[in-house]
Design a protein around this ligand. Structure first.
Ligand code: BGC
Length: 744
């Protein structure tokens, strides 16, 4: 009740504080209703269609208009079609041009998974802003991003497009992305509409195989999967896209409970819902709808406003209406939401794009944002001191298929990026080396990351043996991750392990940079390397960023947004799991090689682990090294006995105890020790990226409202249960100081 009063009070305060916004909304609503009252049924249905560029005729636009066109980036063509819609159609409703601008338009940012590794919402927001301005300068005012699908499966190709395994991190990153796209003022010509996707549980695809079914209990759905969507909606995301998959047998494009009950009724979401590509028709393929007509009915009943690229709304809505199986009120609501978005974006006032109104793409400022994001996203996983590159190094051998792969460093969903703008690690390192008088030898060794034969073995051996340091560039080329590019084996593909062995046999220090779209399992090569930098795919500026990190211009500071398993057979392996009744410890792990012959089957002392791979990951969530070291002390909770409406106030002193200036990501985790549903052993609740010069200390503070410590109980009610909690603050999910607090 107390909470409810708080919410009501806040709402009143908000409404009173934002009269201008309220007025503007009601003005837009009036305009929408007035326009709607003039529209014919054909014109209404026209607004519910999203057509691919080139797939429709001018006469259709003239006769009844089209809601949206996707994948048309030629501004002249856009303006020509727009002119027909605005000046030659009866009501002059503008078209909204849409595109998958996922991690940059022309200036390519690191993949979203790498952006999550920055743990820096400000750089993520800045990257999305750059993307918005560049996209808008090409007439695109709607992107299908951010993807906030939490996933625990590195086999899933689309793990690259999201923010990893954690609900809180994905929420923060998703919200930052929405802010970046939509800018401060929606009607600015450089603001574009965000579309939070894929609602929901798309990252839960069984076996990590894309489009596959998701089986998930509702309380887990609500606690783990849905919060990032809610956060993005609260941030103002103008649109949302349902997922391809079914959840417990119900495909999202026809999931009335998910869309209607949760999204529209519970969350009061009044933004546009656009289907995924042909996903309404796919209700038939799923075996959920008998035919296209039934699919259209199901989608309308699930409040899907716009049909992306499938023929069903266009073909069947009229028939459904005349049969009385759907109502005109449903159509009107959908049209109203689409018109509202167009009004909000100022499309009625400024329907055309004039590229000269915008700054040049790939300008210095944009490249600097991309560079910062790429620097902050690389995670140092191992370093025995070989990095940063020491003064004594006079010859460097750069070896591997990804050192000079300008296309591959941009990676998935780069529809408008051009590889000629990518600066590769080879180019950037060579430049820096020249400045420092270091000789560089380059051998690609493998044509592609998946090539099975090392070309020119002798040259590789020669290069490595001549060098004081070998820099190996390994990983996955672009096309091995992304939509429907899932892998059952997530080792380094092709002959890369053989390449590592060949290089290691030359007994020179080796630092490996891994560029990949997902966590890979590379345990077998760790020993052979002195250092490993996991750079994922860094986009346009990956090369200069990696070069600066290797030469120590700046210290690595990224932290893993997802657990790295030792072996794919451990998947799903994630840090915020529940405790079993028989949790494993190093002592309890029964190693396969230690089991005596004909050992009897006993259960006493057994614990939850694999005989061969134990129970721990290769690297835990939140982990990442630096060139410096950090010390944590004086963890304090101001008031450790809290009421349900209290706030946990935490402070900790963090010091840079090493010899490099560097950023650290301070992470706060909690555990609810006893609850009516078993809670995770750790849950991330707050984080902060801070900069510390060598020798410097800072007191970092966090405020965590008790109301955020809850979960959905067995009755599906969000609840905070009184009791004891552990709280950790540290630089990784498996490290940190611990204190306790209680909620009464
Ligand atoms: C993807 C979406 C994307 C859409 C439009 C689909 O295949 O699942 O994420 O936005 O295509 O290109």
């Amino acid at each position: 009740m107390r909470n409810l009063i708080g919410v009501v009070f806040l709402a009143i305060f908000f409404i009173a504080a934002c009269p201008a916004k309220k007025e503007q909304n009601s003005l837009i609503d009036q305009k929408v209703q007035s326009l709607l009252s003039k529209m014919t049924l054909d014109e209404k249905i026209g607004q519910l269609l999203q057509k691919n560029g080139g797939s429709f005729s001018d006469s259709v636009v003239k006769a009844c208009g089209i809601g949206s066109v996707l994948n048309e980036t030629n501004v002249e063509v856009q303006n020509r079609i727009q002119k027909i819609a605005v000046e030659n159609s009866r009501l002059g409703i503008p078209i909204i041009f849409a595109r998958d601008v996922i991690h940059g338009f022309r200036t390519i940012m690191p993949i979203p998974l790498a952006q999550a590794a920055t743990w820096d919402p400000s750089v993520v927001e800045a990257g999305a802003r750059v993307a918005a301005i560049e996209a808008a300068s090409s007439g695109i005012r709607w992107t299908f991003s951010p993807m906030v699908d939490v996933t625990r499966d590195p086999r899933w190709g689309r793990i690259s497009e999201g923010y990893g395994e954690d609900t809180y991190l994905a929420s923060e990153m998703g919200a930052a992305t929405v802010r970046g796209y939509q800018g401060k003022n929606l009607s600015d010509k450089n603001s574009i509409a965000a579309c939070v996707k894929h609602f929901a549980a798309y990252g839960w695809a069984e076996g990590g195989r894309d489009y596959n079914s998701a089986n998930i209990p509702e309380n887990e759905l609500r606690d783990v999967i849905l919060p990032p969507f809610k956060k993005c909606i609260d941030e103002g995301a103008l649109s949302l896209m349902p997922s391809f998959n079914d959840i417990n047998g119900v495909p999202s494009s026809g999931n009335e409970y998910l869309m209607n009950n949760i999204l529209r009724k519970e969350w009061q979401y009044n933004g546009v819902v656009v289907s995924d590509w042909v996903s309404i028709s796919q209700l038939v393929t799923h075996g959920f709808a008998e035919n296209g007509k039934e699919a259209a009915r199901m989608a309308i009943n699930s409040t899907l406003d716009m049909d992306m690229a499938s023929p069903v709304y266009e073909t069947y809505l009229k028939e459904l209406l005349s049969e009385g199986t759907i109502t005109i009120a449903q159509i009107d609501e959908a049209v109203a939401r689409i018109l509202k978005m167009k009004f909000e974006l100022g499309l009625f006032e400024n329907p055309y794009t004039n590229q000269s109104d915008f700054p040049a793409m790939l300008n210095q400022q944009n490249l600097e944002v991309a560079m910062k994001a790429a620097i902050e996203s690389a995670v140092l996983l191992k370093n025995d001191g070989v990095l940063p590159i020491q003064n004594k190094v006079k010859t460097i051998a750069i070896i591997g298929p990804l050192a000079d792969a300008p296309h591959d460093q941009m990676v998935t969903w780069v529809m408008d990026g051009d590889k000629k703008n990518s600066v590769t690690p080879l180019v950037a390192i060579s430049l820096k080396a020249k400045e420092l008088g270091i000789k560089v030898i380059y051998e690609r060794a493998l044509e592609l990351s998946r090539s099975k034969n090392i070309s020119n073995r002798d040259a590789v051996v020669k290069a490595a043996s001549q060098a004081d340091l070998v820099l190996l560039f390994l990983g996955e080329e672009s096309i091995l991750s992304g939509e429907s590019h899932c892998r059952a084996d997530i080792n380094l593909p092709g002959a890369q392990e053989e390449l590592v062995a060949l290089v290691a046999a030359q007994n020179k220090p080796v630092a490996t940079v891994i560029m990949a779209g997902r966590p890979l399992t590379f345990e077998r090569i760790i020993e052979q390397n002195s250092a490993i930098l996991y750079a994922m795919h860094g986009g346009t500026m990956a090369g200069p960023a990696i070069s600066d990190l290797l030469f120590g211009v700046v210290s690595p500071s990224g932290k893993l947004p997802v657990t790295f398993p030792r072996h794919v057979g451990q998947v799903p392996l994630y840090y915020n799991h529940r405790n079993t009744g028989k949790p494993a410890t190093n002592k309890s792990w029964e190693r396969i090689d230690d089991i005596p012959a004909e050992a009897p089957q006993l259960s006493i002392g057994n614990t939850s682990h694999y005989l061969d791979y134990g129970f721990e990951p290769m690297y835990p969530f939140g982990f990442g090294l630096s060139y410096t070291t950090f010390g944590y002390k004086n963890l304090k909770i101001k008031n450790s006995n809290l009421s349900l409406d209290g706030v946990v106030e935490v402070s900790v002193e963090v010091s840079n105890t090493g010899s490099y200036d560097a950023d650290e990501i301070v992470q706060l985790y909690i555990r609810d020790l006893v609850a009516s549903r078993v809670r995770a052993v750790k849950e991330l609740k707050r984080f902060k990226r801070i900069h510390l010069a060598k020798g410097e200390s800072k007191t970092v503070t966090f405020e965590l409202p008790v109301s955020e410590l809850g979960f959905h109980n067995q009755q599906m009610k969000y609840t905070v249960e009184p009791g004891d909690f552990n709280l950790w603050v540290g630089g990784s999910s498996n490290a940190g100081l611990m204190e306790k607090f209680s909620v009464k």
